[in-house]
Structures are given as C-alpha cells and as structure tokens.
Design a protein around this ligand. Structure first.
Ligand code: ADP
Length: 493
C-alpha cells in the first residue's frame, strides 16, 4: 500500500512517536507532520493526502474547525480525529461533521492502524471512482461533439443515449427518445433496424455502413448507418446523406436533361445540313435561307447550353469575378426588353411591357451580368407561359436598392418548390411533360450572379396564375423623391 498521510498535533512527543509506530506496521506510507492548524492547511492545500489525522483540540483553531476547512479544501479526504479522554461528545460531533473515524488517547496502535488502512482503501476507491467519472464525462463530451448521430439501443431494444448530432440530423429530441423502445420512437426503425449492419468489434473495415431511409413526419431522411455490438446493446452511428442523395438524383436527371437538350438542336442542325447537301432536291432561295436560319439558331442554342454549364462550373470553383460599377440601368433594361421582344417575335400570344421610373438612381452592378440575369428571367417568363399572356418588367426604387420585377401570367410555381428552383440542376418538370426544355441551371446562375453583385433574387408565385421574380441591386446613390412611373407597352407584331 503506498499512501501519504498528514498528522496534525501540538503534542510534539506524540508527533515524534506516532510516525515510527505507523511505519513499523504499514509499508509504503509517507508521513508528514504539523503542529498547528494553519500550517496543516498550507500543507493540505499543496498535497492531496490520502488520510489526515488531527488532534481534536489544537491551539488557535480546534480540530472541528480544521475539519470544516479540510472539507472545503479536500472534500474527499478522510479525516481521523484524535480525542482525549472524556471527549466523546466532541468526537460524535466530529463524526456528524464528516470525520471518517476517531481514536482516543492513549492511542490503541492496532485500532489506529486498522482505521488508517480502511481510510486509505476508501480514499483509493474514491479516487478510482473519480477517475472513472472523469473518463465517462470525457466520453460523454466526445459524444456530444461528434458530427455523427450516435445512439445506443440496449438489449431490451430501448434507446439509452441519443446525441445532439442525432437530434439535429433527425429533428427528434433527445428527451422524447431516451427511455423509449427504438421501434416505437424511431419512425421506420422496425423495418430498417434489422437491415443495419452490426459489427462485433469497432474499427475501420469492421463493417460497411448502409444507406437507409428514415421516414420522419412525411420527410424521407437518408442516412448512412452502421452499428457496433457490445455487451449491453448496440451503438449506432449515422450521418445524413439526404442532400448527397438528392444531388445524385439531380445529377442523373441533369445528364438526361442535357442529353435531351443537346440532341434536339443537334438533330435540327443535322437535318438542315443534310437537306442542304442533297443534290437531288431543288431548294429555292427561300428554303435554303430558312434552313440556314435553323442551323444558326440551333447552334446558338447549343452554345448557350454549353455556356450555362461552363458558367455554373466557374461559379462553383470560384474562377469567376464580377466588376461592379455605377450603372444607369434604364437603358440596359430597355435594350434587354427590346431584344427579348425580337427573340419572341413569333409568339403572338406574348406581350412584354416595360414599366420604369423616370430618374432612377444608378445601380451598383456589373452591366453584363445584370443583362444576363434579366434575359434569363425574361426567357423563363416566356418559356413557362405556354398559353401566352402579359409579361411585365418593372424597374423601381426600393429602400436603398434598384428593384427589377419580372412578372408573368404563366404556369406559376407550387409554394413548396419556390426555394428549390434556385438549386443547381433543379427543374420542376425534369421529364419535360410540358415540353419545355432547360438545364435547370438558369436560376442557380442568376441567384449566384445577383449575390456576387451584393444583391438579392427572390420569387413570389401562385401555381397556375404566374410568377414574379424580384432582383434587388444596391442603389449607387440614395433615392431622391420619385416622379410618376412612365409606362411603355408594346405587343408583338
Ligand atoms: P430551366 O429553365 O433551364 O429548367 P431554371 O433554373 O431557369 O432552369 O429554372 C428552374 C425551374 O424553375 C424550371 O425548370 C421551371 O420549372 C421553374 N421556373 C423558372 N422560372 C419560372 C417561371 N417564370 N414560371 C414558372 N416556373 C418557372
């Protein structure tokens, strides 16, 4: 047994004799001595003793007061009090005050040593429990901070631990789950629980995680999950794969969409070129011209698709910069509207109106990028108005911004999809059931471009009734008072 004890007594004879007596009976004991309470407290502050032995009556501060101080400084250290003859009441008070034991003078050495041994043992156990508690707390803290969901299901199938990551991934709160059966508390667990691969030893390569769906309040949550068996149950660890899975699906759809988008103009170009090459067909000038127009228009469409893909990739990789300047946007918007009117001249059912305030402040923006955004939004307004209608382009001051609003009377966007349409590759109708093509990159590019100009792109829409896309760009100068809006309207002729 190796232990360190402190003996406090003003009786110097006892202080000299007692250590030797103890040393004779106990191996591995280091003994410090002290004659006064303040001196003892100094030592106790510096050293974490296994046992403290103190006379119950000390000059200046009695043993009971010293005991109180020891309880404050070292609450876990057992204290044995030495009492004089007839001090039984004091001794009882000391025991009530938290002393471990007391020995009466004249000291019965065997009893004293036995008491010390028990105290040292108790202290050793205490320390061990303390260490384990610290370890456990550390493990618990680790579990609190890992970015994987971790939960423990015991042999009875009851959830015993549910860490914060598990809570934030699933939205299921710890206090609602812990103590309940997993197959009752975790939606879909009865089906997926048996599917989860469980290893018998932890560590890499012990088992492959499996991707499985949890159905939480109608929302499908895809998790990659595996478990490790231990004597009292299974610890499961999982991470959220929903977004990765959604992106994979979108990428799959994107490949299908882009292949279709490329094949259509290519087929038109190929067809027109083949017809032009035929020697056996007499093409008049007019037909030849028409075929050449098809080739030119479809080539442009191809180049636009390639441009969108390249731009999206540049935006992602950071190889992209905007150069903002103070720009008078009226002229730019008028140009864009004229261009779109020309491009959609064949759509007799579409009317594009421009409503612009006179005397708008300049916007802080990159003109080329703004043009690109507006053309894209107008192109969508036309594309997603299969039954025609009025499209309005409105430019107006708004707070410290110049606001552009493009409103159509087309298909509209269901409420639940209004944020998702800005996602990369996202299309409401990827299978082209409405016959309208696109890469699903346009709005993603628009939002990124607007963001990089320190602006904001948003949408309000009502399904079947139309949509309004709003671009806010910072105004270069604070707005002075407004003049009446000037409305310019033009149909397609
Ligand atoms: P694309 O038009 O190439 O499919 P976008 O990123 O421009 O890609 O648009 C994403 C989706 O948002 C479109 O597929 C369409 O479903 C929807 N959308 C965009 N603009 C409109 C609009 N003005 N009206 C209705 N739906 C729209």
């Amino acid at each position: 047994m190796s232990a360190r004890i402190l003996i406090v007594d003003d009786d110097t004879a006892l202080l000299e004799a007692l250590p030797d007596a103890i040393a004779l009976r106990m191996n591995g004991i280091t003994i410090d001595t002290c004659e006064t309470a303040p001196g003892a407290l100094d030592k106790i502050r510096q050293t974490d003793y296994d046992v403290i032995v103190t006379d119950i009556k000390l000059p200046g501060m009695d043993g009971l007061e010293l005991l109180d101080e020891i309880k404050l400084l070292r609450p876990g250290t057992p204290t044995v009090l030495i009492t004089g003859h007839g001090e039984r009441d004091l001794a009882v008070r000391a025991l009530r005050g938290g002393a471990y034991d007391f020995v009466q003078k004249p000291i019965d050495r065997d009893y004293f040593v036995a008491s010390l041994e028990r105290a040292i043992q108790v202290r050793g156990l205490d320390r061990h429990v303390d260490q384990q508690r610290v370890e456990l707390e550390r493990h618990a803290r680790v579990l609190q901070h890992v970015d994987r969901g971790v939960f423990l299901v015991d042999d009875e199938g009851v959830i015993r631990h549910w860490n914060p990551a598990a809570q934030s991934i699933t939205g299921l709160a710890t206090d609602e789950l812990v103590g309940r059966r997993a197959d009752e508390a975790l939606p879909g667990w009865d089906a997926i629980g048996p599917e989860v691969p469980v290893a018998h030893v932890p560590g890499p390569g012990s088992t492959e995680a499996k991707t499985l769906p949890l159905d939480i309040e109608g929302r499908e949550l895809w998790i990659s999950i595996s478990g490790v068996q231990f004597e009292d149950g299974i610890v499961y660890a999982f991470r959220n794969l929903t977004e990765e899975r959604a992106l994979d699906e979108l990428k799959g759809e994107f490949v299908a969409t882009v292949s279709h988008e490329l094949r259509t103009p290519l087929a038109a170009i190929y067809g027109a070129a083949q017809t032009l090459r035929r020697a056996d067909v007499q093409l008049g000038d007019e037909n030849r011209e028409r075929l050449l127009e098809v080739i030119a228009a479809e080539s442009e469409r191809l180049s636009r698709i390639a441009g969108e893909i390249l731009l999206a990739s540049n935006l992602d990789s950071g190889r992209f910069s905007v150069e903002t300047q103070q720009l008078d946007v009226e002229e730019l918007v008028t140009d864009v509207v004229d261009e779109m009117r020309a491009l959609t001249a064949s759509r007799q059912d579409i009317v594009i109106d421009l409503v612009a305030n006179n005397g708008l402040s300049p916007a802080t923006c990159d003109g080329d990028k703004l043009r690109q955004v507006l053309i894209n939004l107008l192109d969508n307004a036309v594309k997603y108005s299969p039954d025609g209608g009025r499209i309005e382009v409105r430019v107006e001051p708004h707070d410290n911004c110049v606001r552009f609003v493009i409103t159509d009377e087309g298909l509209g966007i269901p409420h639940g999809e209004q944020q998702r349409i800005f996602g990369k590759f996202y299309r409401l109708d990827p299978r082209l059931t409405r016959g309208v093509g696109g890469t699903g990159l346009g709005l993603y590019i628009c939002r990124e471009l607007v963001r990089r100009m320190e602006g904001r792109l948003s949408v309000t829409s009502s399904e079947g009734r139309g949509s309004s896309f709003v671009v806010d760009l910072p105004a270069a100068v604070r707005e002075p008072s407004r003049t009446q809006p000037v409305t310019e309207s033009a149909g397609q002729t």
